[in-house]
Design a protein around this ligand. Structure first.
Ligand SMILES: Cc1cc2nc3c(=O)[nH]c(=O)nc-3n(C[C@H](O)[C@H](O)[C@H](O)COP(=O)(O)OP(=O)(O)OC[C@H]3O[C@@H](n4cnc5c(N)ncnc54)[C@H](O)[C@@H]3O)c2cc1C
Ligand SMILES: NC(=O)c1ccc[n+]([C@@H]2O[C@H](COP(=O)([O-])OP(=O)(O)OC[C@H]3O[C@@H](n4cnc5c(N)ncnc54)[C@H](OP(=O)(O)O)[C@@H]3O)[C@@H](O)[C@H]2O)c1
Ligand SMILES: *[C@@H]1O[C@H](CO)[C@@H](O)[C@H](O)[C@H]1NC(C)=O
Ligand SMILES: *[C@@H]1O[C@H](CO)[C@@H](O)[C@H](O)[C@H]1NC(C)=O
Ligand SMILES: *[C@@H]1O[C@H](CO)[C@@H](O)[C@H](O)[C@H]1NC(C)=O
Ligand SMILES: *[C@@H]1O[C@H](CO)[C@@H](O)[C@H](O)[C@H]1NC(C)=O
Ligand SMILES: *[C@@H]1O[C@H](CO)[C@@H](O)[C@H](O)[C@H]1NC(C)=O
Ligand SMILES: *[C@@H]1O[C@H](CO)[C@@H](O)[C@H](O)[C@H]1NC(C)=O
Length: 740
């Protein structure tokens, strides 16, 4: 998609831009020099003003300059162009070139030769004679044009460099994804090397850890930038992973470099005599253009339906990081752009004169629009700070959208004066946004053509503080894939709010066995010891028998923790018979966990949705022999309900073992193992669990999947990296985040 937009850019810009070629400089340089003087406008013979396009002094001087410095061809084309303009604007023809036929070489040498100091565009001196530029002055004029047009081109080339940069980054992503897919299909992940048990492992470490892919995971792709804080925030900051930081840093550095190099400045430039003025001017244009070029990237990375997501397999959070950083860089560039132009206004002349100029600028729409665009860009960054995003998500989103529209509108009016030279940078944002909105509608329609009529069943249990949302999916074009998430809005109130929720599981469309799609699993008959906690022996039976759940067939189930906004209002819809929801999805990717021999889930609270989502696939997979779920859960009731309703008999499977850690239930003592189910009190020791799983995997492929509070995910990430250090190169880490 990005490539397509680059193409559109090229076409738009190539057709819109009329850059000056080097072989046109000569003629234009002569014209430019003569703009610095004025010729007497009274014709000596008639005493009348010269007719338009007919001042002989001026044209003689121009033609002599051409004769001295230009080739015949350059001159001819220049005069043709001039004549064209005379005809168009004054219905007149310029005097013929033969005007200077009478001048001999010696006579020309005798003429007044203009020097640099004689030019003054603000207050030109009036001449009664023919003038020719000195060689030095002509050289300066040529250099002036050369520098100015070089800068104009290089600004745009560097603007495009931003797209090439991300094309390169994304290509790396696509290639590594293809390599991974290729490797997986060639040698399945079961190809493993037996790792000796612990005492000897250290010996084989050297052999395994230096495997390039392991090294990559160990040092680049998995760890957070500094240490292991990734899922958690540090004060107002979120920390990207190392690989993301490398991409972001490279982007920031290339922006700084491209905004600081390739400035051709020199004294006595005909446009801006001072070097500092030239620098400010070029910096202003460079930052302005690169900032404008970056806009399309901000939109491309910020949307839900980002084609790059499935090209690279990187998740939304990764692109969200890119989105933020490109936006920050673009905003800084916009600010530099504005400051530089302000400096230019105030640079020469007194303050009061500068204020006058400034006030005059405020009369023009493009100027006001530019100032507003910078203000809005700063505003959108300021209103995206972490606390606002977290605490007042809806307000953040509202401001984000409104300010984004304002930015596009003001940017449009700001670049309008360039006759379409730069609107090629604005259009892609509009296209991308429209594409995203249309895709969202398409996804809604694909889920249910009669999108207004999806009746959901909402139940809330106050003991477990969990909402269960059951949505029929029979209208959907595709069966809900595991591990994906859906955006949900409630039609009955605040329809514009849509929130992401991970699909916990879906029931099959087969009405004959409504409770479970795992009909083959035989319920265990052994009594459970969980009962001890409640002193009630019937509970155990309930726990381990296949659920007689009331979940209707062909339904998706979402397990939702109510917070303060949307989710708390959803809670109030519980038991209401007519909760109609808008479902937009699926989003996200199904991970190939079923290819791993061992899968370890480390989840907290509603993070249980992730293992539940993959449960059917994993139980059916012939490659997977062991699924272990470590679940930290605050409410005993939540565990109880989940086992009865959501595991749908899976607990009885030999493959699955669930270790639940109840973190707030003083009433329960520690409970011993039971077939596939262990219940413990207190928080799980994440590191120990990962270590144990790695050891038990004995070097066979192991997927470690984390979905829980930030600290938990970060601890898992750290444990995983340490396992790599110990030589377990066949371990892979996955994180499903509930925060962006
Ligand atoms: C990919 C993904 C999957 C998720 N799956 C589940 C799930 O299965 N079960 C579950 O209980 N929760 C899940 N969540 C979290 C859920 O989206 C939020 O709890 C919910 O949006 C909070 O809404 P609220 O208005 O009640 O929260 P608030 O009290 O307003 O905010 C609570 C938190 O949710 C964040 N949040 C609010 N709205 C959004 C939004 N539209 N998008 C992203 N974050 C938001 C806020 O930043 C804040 O940190 C998931 C989140 C993501 C990103
Ligand atoms: N407001 C939000 O930002 C928001 C909204 C929705 C979902 N989420 C995320 O969704 C996930 C689940 O949400 P939830 O509300 O269902 O969670 P929850 O009820 O708070 O459950 C989290 C469980 O994980 C345990 N835990 C936390 N850190 C741990 C650690 N380092 N090691 C071991 N156990 C740990 C907790 O134990 P203790 O009881 O001892 O803390 C608790 O039992 C979390 O990632 C949560 O952050 C966040
Ligand atoms: C311009 O030319 C006319 C006629 O040759 C002359 O009278 C007049 O003084 C000139 N003006 C200037 C400003 O030199
Ligand atoms: C242009 O000038 C010619 C004479 O020089 C005249 O005949 C013609 O009407 C003019 N055209 C316009 C559009 O003024
Ligand atoms: C259930 O879905 C399968 C495909 O997943 C389809 O072949 C079958 O016809 C569906 N059955 C019913 C009753 O809709
Ligand atoms: C078990 O619990 C049920 C209700 O939850 C209760 O009716 C029954 O008496 C309890 N049995 C024992 C042995 O405590
Ligand atoms: C919903 O109904 C169930 C029983 O059907 C009840 O236990 C629960 O309290 C009700 N919840 C609300 C929010 O009304
Ligand atoms: C534990 O649960 C009880 C109610 O069951 C609640 O009052 C208490 O605040 C909870 N403690 C924590 C630390 O969440």
């Amino acid at each position: 998609m990005l490539l397509i937009f680059i193409l559109i850019h090229y076409i738009t810009l190539a057709s819109a831009r009329a850059s000056l070629q080097q072989d046109e400089y000569c003629f234009v340089a002569c014209q430019q020099i003569l703009r610095g003087v004025r010729f007497n406008n009274t014709a000596p013979k008639t005493g009348q003003p010269w007719p338009a396009c007919g001042n002989e002094l001026e044209f003689t001087s121009l033609y002599l300059c051409n004769k001295l410095y230009c080739t015949d061809d350059e001159r001819r084309r220049g005069i043709d162009g001039l004549n064209e303009r005379c005809r168009r604007f004054y219905n007149a023809t310029a005097p013929p070139y033969s005007l200077i036929d009478g001048f001999t070489g010696d006579e020309i040498l005798e003429l007044h030769h203009l020097e640099v100091g004689e030019l003054n565009r603000e207050a030109p001196s009036i001449h009664n004679e023919v003038l020719v530029p000195s060689k030095e002055l002509y050289g300066l004029a040529w250099d002036t044009l050369d520098a100015a047009y070089f800068e104009l081109d290089i600004h745009i080339i560097y603007g495009f460099a931003m797209y090439y940069f991300w094309v390169a980054v994304v290509s790396i992503g696509v290639i590594s994804r293809l390599i991974r897919l290729g490797l997986n299909s060639m040698s399945p992940m079961q190809a493993w090397q037996e790792i000796p048990s612990d005492p000897h492992i250290e010996n084989s470490v050297a052999k395994r850890i230096y495997h390039p892919y392991t090294m990559l995971k160990r040092y680049i792709t998995v760890p957070a930038t500094f240490g292991f804080t990734h899922a958690q925030n540090i004060k107002w900051c979120t920390v990207p992973t190392r690989i993301q930081s490398i991409a972001i840093a490279a982007f920031v550095i290339s922006n700084i470099v491209l905004c600081s190099v390739s400035y051709h400045v020199f004294e006595d430039n005909l446009y801006w005599p001072n070097v500092s003025t030239q620098v400010w001017r070029y910096v202003a244009d460079r930052t302005g253009i690169i900032s404008t070029a970056n806009l399309a990237l901000i939109w491309a990375f910020g949307i839900r339906n980002n084609t790059l997501l499935w090209l690279t397999g990187w998740n939304f959070a990764t692109y969200n990081n890119f989105h933020r950083w490109v936006a920050r860089v673009a905003t800084v560039e916009a600010v530099v752009h504005s400051v530089a132009y302000t400096v230019l206004i105030f640079e020469n002349g007194t303050w009061s004169a500068a204020w006058q100029v400034y006030a005059d600028y405020y009369q023009s729409r493009w100027f006001v629009a530019g100032v507003l665009a910078t203000v809005f860009m700063v505003g959108v960054c300021a209103f995206s700070v972490y606390p606002l995003r977290r605490k007042l998500y809806e307000i953040f989103l509202f401001l984000h959208i409104v300010l984004s529209i304002l930015i596009l509108a003001t940017m449009w009016y700001h670049v309008e004066i360039f006759n379409g030279d730069y609107s090629g940078f604005i259009w892609p944002c509009v296209f991308i946004w429209t594409f995203d909105r249309l895709s969202r509608i398409a996804r809604m329609l694909l889920f249910n053509r009669r999108f207004w009529n999806t009746q959901a069943q909402v139940t809330y249990d106050s003991t477990s503080n969990i909402i269960r949302l059951v949505v029929p999916y029979s209208t959907s074009f595709i069966k809900p894939p595991p591990g994906t998430f859906y955006f949900i809005s409630v039609l009955n109130d605040r329809i514009w709010e849509s929130h992401p929720f991970t699909l916990s599981y879906s029931t099959s469309n087969d009405t004959s066995s409504p409770s479970s799609s795992l009909g083959t699993i035989t319920p265990p008959s052994r009594p459970s010891s969980l009962s001890r906690s409640r002193g009630n022996s019937s509970e155990s039976q309930t726990l381990l028998s296949p659920s007689q759940s009331e979940t209707p067939p062909a339904s998706m189930v979402f397990i939702i923790r109510p917070y303060n906004g949307f989710t708390s209002r959803l809670r109030s819809h519980a038991n209401s018979s007519s909760t109609r929801v808008l479902i937009e999805g699926p989003y996200g990717e199904t991970q190939p966990f079923e290819k791993y021999r061992n899968v370890l889930f480390i989840v907290g609270g509603t993070g249980i949705a992730v293992p539940l989502s993959y449960m059917d696939t994993l139980l059916k997979s012939s490659s997977t022999t062991s699924i272990k779920v470590i679940w930290a859960v605050r409410e005993h009731q939540f565990l109880h309900d989940a086992i009865i309703r959501d595991f749908r008999g899976a607990i009885g499977s030999e493959k699955l073992s669930l270790e639940a850690y109840i973190t707030n239930d003083s009433g329960v003592e520690e409970i011993k193992d039971d077939l596939g189910l262990k219940v413990r009190i207190g928080r799980p020791d994440v590191f120990q669990e990962v270590e144990e799983a790695a050891r038990e995997s004995g070097g066979r492929p192991l997927a470690v999947v984390a979905c829980g509070p930030g600290l938990m995910a970060d601890e898992t990430r750290r444990a995983f990296v340490q396992m790599l250090e110990r030589g377990y190169g066949n371990v892979e880490y996955f994180e499903e985040s509930f925060n962006w």
